[in-house]
Design a protein around this ligand. Structure first.
Ligand SMILES: Nc1ncnc2c1ncn2[C@@H]1O[C@H](COP(=O)(O)OP(=O)(O)O)[C@@H](O)[C@H]1O
Ligand SMILES: [Mg+2]
Length: 269
């Protein structure tokens, strides 16, 4: 079977009338790991939000496709159902909604339980949810792999979570939603080395299990010591400036981004 592909085709995006993405081209196949590396403000998070369909980000040109089907007309939840998952750089907190409630609802929706809900069916109050015991069993297994205490589930989503807790909560969500493509935006920010190890081990395990395509977005190399990219793309000023293999990571580590800036300036003059 042909691998599923996520294709970003000549993508141009405006934020509040200002051009931020200026023609991004990228193809990620299931099972591949790509790293997108660029300085702050180059538009990396804009790309990740646009992929998920955040309404603030206006696509003015180009397309985003999974297996040739455009995602642009689809709202975020439909994009998630097509297999896209975003671990955000700054996850929002939702006071009043526990992690458990959130995960149960999100997982049920992804697996089509909300479509199966029949008015009048026995136990109809919860007919749109995966049966509690079944869900809890799966959840407990995932919690254990992430070395998370079950009491964590009773806390309000991201409310007062440490950096490490937020990321673990996201990987937990990933484990339950089983995406085809995961976009990880600065997943290492705010993590100490032990948390990076646990989070990335679990991402790598999920990639094996699910044959996920991964797009790791980061401005420095630390996380890439744990999640090895086969393809590396240098991102600058709203587009991919150069692509290569993992050796590009070392080039950036050694030389920073100034040379990219200089070369872009030279190309334009
Ligand atoms: N919601 C927004 N409102 C206004 N400007 C934004 C918004 N999101 C991003 N930008 C602008 O877009 C540019 C790229 O930002 P961002 O995508 O966050 O870059 P990166 O993730 O590479 O640091 C920045 O100049 C930023 O100020
Ligand atoms: Mg960012």
């Amino acid at each position: 079977m042909e691998p599923v592909t996520l294709e970003i085709r000549d993508l141009h995006v405006n934020v509040e009338g200002k051009a931020i993405l200026k023609g991004v081209n990228l193809v990620v196949k299931q099972g591949e790991t790509h790293a997108l590396m660029g300085p702050n403000g180059s538009g990396k998070s804009t790309l990740s939000y646009t992929l998920m369909g955040h309404p603030h980000y206006e696509v003015t040109q180009g397309d985003i496709l999974i297996n040739g089907e455009s995602l642009l007309p689809l709202p975020p939840d439909e994009r998630a159902r097509r297999g896209l998952f975003l671990a955000m750089q700054y996850p929002v907190s939702v006071p009043g909604v526990t992690l458990n409630t959130f995960l149960h609802a999100a997982t049920s929706a992804m697996r089509g339980y909300s479509d199966k809900a029949q008015p009048g069916a026995r136990g109809r109050l919860n007919a749109h949810l995966i049966p509690f015991r079944e869900f809890r069993k799966e959840l407990n297994e995932d919690l254990e792999k992430l070395k998370m205490d079950p009491s964590f589930l009773q806390r309000y989503l991201n409310e007062g979570f440490s950096g490490g807790e937020k990321k673990r909560a996201e990987v937990l969500q990933m484990a339950l939603l089983k995406p085809k493509f995961a976009i990880l935006d600065e997943t290492d920010s705010g993590l100490d080395i032990d948390a990076i190890r646990i989070v990335s081990e679990n991402i790598n395990r999920l990639q094996q299990e699910l044959n996920m395509g991964i797009l790791v977005i980061t401005h420095y190399q630390r996380l890439l010591n744990y999640i090895y990219p086969q393809f590396v793309h240098i991102f600058y000023d709203g587009r991919i400036f150069q692509s290569g293999d993992a050796s590009l990571v070392d080039v950036l580590e050694e030389k920073g981004y100034d040379w990219v800036k200089d070369e872009v300036a030279a190309l334009r003059s």
